[in-house]
Design a protein around this ligand. Structure first.
Ligand SMILES: [Zn+2]
Length: 273
């Protein structure tokens, strides 16, 4: 996978099948001279390659839609596709993952953004989900906060055990205890959360207590790890966070019944924190 130097990560260009416009770089702050000299050869080739691929993509979309497409390629973390349809031009912002998208996906972009076919969104969702690793991950400042060591349980030990026993060490994630939320009356409690972007699992600190059995914490860790394996399906307001395959696999956990029963009988204790 090519790496994009940060100063090249965003640029705009206009394309139309009749007369492809000249690519325009956005003004970017210049790096220090020494850096620039060291990085120049690689940056230059990446930049040219990016321009060429973006121009090709803009041209294909323009040809498909029969109208000029003004394309901005981004390295955005949260918005992969956005657009504005004008009378004579389509303004389109696409994540760089689309630069080498297959024909069917490019056609879906044209249908979705250019023709307003909402149904094409599913193809884009599927493609974006498959390209998750290419979406920039930062929030590095949270690294220090993610501490797996609790008073009663070391989540890293549990994670490693669960990963070995049930996932053939196939899950790649970091794990730690979440922060204790402010005390207030609660009707429900979220015992764990998995963040697809940062690949981080956080477990509710209410579980770090001697009266909580290890198999139950293990089950919650197992559940969050399953989220990496089975991402939510659907889109918009109809997201399914635990698809059927997820649920089936979850039931295969040896202490599944026991864990659900323990949760039911002890939820009150957990809610009181
Ligand atoms: Zn879940």
């Amino acid at each position: 996978m090519p790496e994009y130097p940060p100063q090249m990560s965003m640029f705009t260009l206009a394309g139309s099948p009749a007369a492809p416009a000249r690519p325009l770089a956005l003004p970017q702050p210049q790096p220090p001279v020494r850096n620039r000299l060291e990085e120049a050869p690689r940056a230059l080739s990446s930049r040219e390659e990016l321009f060429a691929r973006a121009e090709t993509l803009a041209w294909r979309l323009s040809a498909d839609l029969g109208m000029p497409v003004r394309l901005a390629v981004t390295d955005n973390r949260s918005t992969m596709v956005s657009f504005r349809r004008g009378a004579n031009v389509l303004q389109l912002r696409l994540h760089h993952m689309f630069l080498d998208a297959p024909e069917s996906v490019v056609r879906a972009v044209a249908d979705y953004a250019g023709r307003g076919h909402r149904g094409a969104g599913g193809v884009l969702d599927d493609y974006i989900r498959g390209q998750q690793p290419r979406i920039r991950q930062f929030r590095r400042e949270s690294d220090a906060e993610l501490n797996p060591r609790g008073n009663c349980f070391d989540l890293q030990v549990l994670f490693d055990t669960v990963n070995r026993l049930y996932f053939q060490n196939g899950i790649q994630a970091r794990i730690g205890w979440g922060r204790m939320p402010p005390r207030r009356r609660r009707k429900s409690i979220r015992l764990g959360v998995y963040d697809h972007q940062t690949r981080e699992i956080r477990i509710h600190p209410a579980l770090d207590r001697p009266e909580v059995p290890a198999f139950f914490v293990e089950f919650i860790v197992f559940h969050e790890m399953l989220h990496q394996l089975f991402p939510s399906t659907g889109r918009g307001g109809r997201r399914v966070h635990h698809p059927r395959a997820f649920r089936d696999r979850e039931k295969a956990f040896p202490h599944y019944g026991l864990a659900l029963r323990w949760e039911r009988e002890n939820l009150g204790v957990l809610l009181r924190g």
